[in-house]
Design a binder for this molecule. Sequence first.
Ligand code: GLY
Length: 369
Amino acid sequence: MSWREDALKKCLEKIKRNIEGIGEKFPHVAYEGRYNNEKASFWTAGFWPGLLWLLYMEKKEDSSLKLARRLEERLDEVLDGFVTLHHDVGFMWLPTAVIDYKLTGNPESRIRGLKAASHLAGRFNLAGRFIRAWNDDIAAGCQGWAIIDCLMNIPLLFWASKETGDPRFCQIADAHAATVLDAFIRPDYTSAHIVRFNPCTGEKIENLGGQGKGPDSAWSRGQAWAIYGMAIAFRETGKGEYLEAAEHTAEYFLSHLPEDKVPYWDFRCDLKERYALDSSAAACAASGLLEIAGLVKEAERKEYYRCRAGGILKSLYENYADFSADTQGILQKGTVNFPKNKHINVPIIYGDYFFTEALIKWARMTNIF
Ligand code: GLY
């Protein structure tokens, strides 16, 4: 068995074991071997059900489907309650309702996906052509904020357009991606985390540091969101500038990795801050690289991206994965928010999700969303 097969087998075994241990929680980060439980409205609520769907895809494990459905149903309170909804509805309803609908044809899941997409489309700022991040409770005057992470939400809009035949969702996704290219991605192909626009005129005001080191830094997970999100924007629109951006942001990521191919929390952090790593950024970037491999035409380029994704996944497997039965997290050493000193070098549920997703993509040569 190759290391990739072994890694996927062990991830799937661990997800199956976690069905009992995690159950109906909405996990985010793990301490002392156990995942915590966040509110259902928190942006990471889709990743545990997403892992359950990945297990179902691979093994047709009935208990996995049942728990994923139950969690999807629990999210209805958030979707229909509306007031706690934010921009991350793609992260939440793609790996729950949309994947359920794709795999089982469940009509209720289709409606959930379309409701979430309608909410996301409704957050579009027409003057600035961006999707607004977060809500008023995050900071004063944040009506004009947009964040790089939101590129990972727009696949929900691309899906909704295909599903309904209505181009408006796709138009909004495309407009947002074009704004990201223009306002977030710098000439050296690093990305800002947050950009503040004037919400009335749409004019860009400034970059904000957010979860990165500062306004001019290169937050590693933000860089991974850019790689993956731009690749999908190309896949869905055919616009070459998005593929070019995906390839260049990927090149920055790859050429700044330390020897073991897992980045520090920010590529431009101080030497003394390099103890804080982000395995989740590595896993997400690997999945994005595999996406690019599926999109570039030349066989040599395909091989290049598969090979670089493989290198990252191998290091995650050898140096960061914990497959033991007495802990719940798979990938160790993810960092949520270094500037706020929140969750440093811990397992994070989306690290586990993107690691497993990438291993499946590698094996099946297919994308998930
Ligand atoms: N979307 C927030 C994060 O990547 O931590």
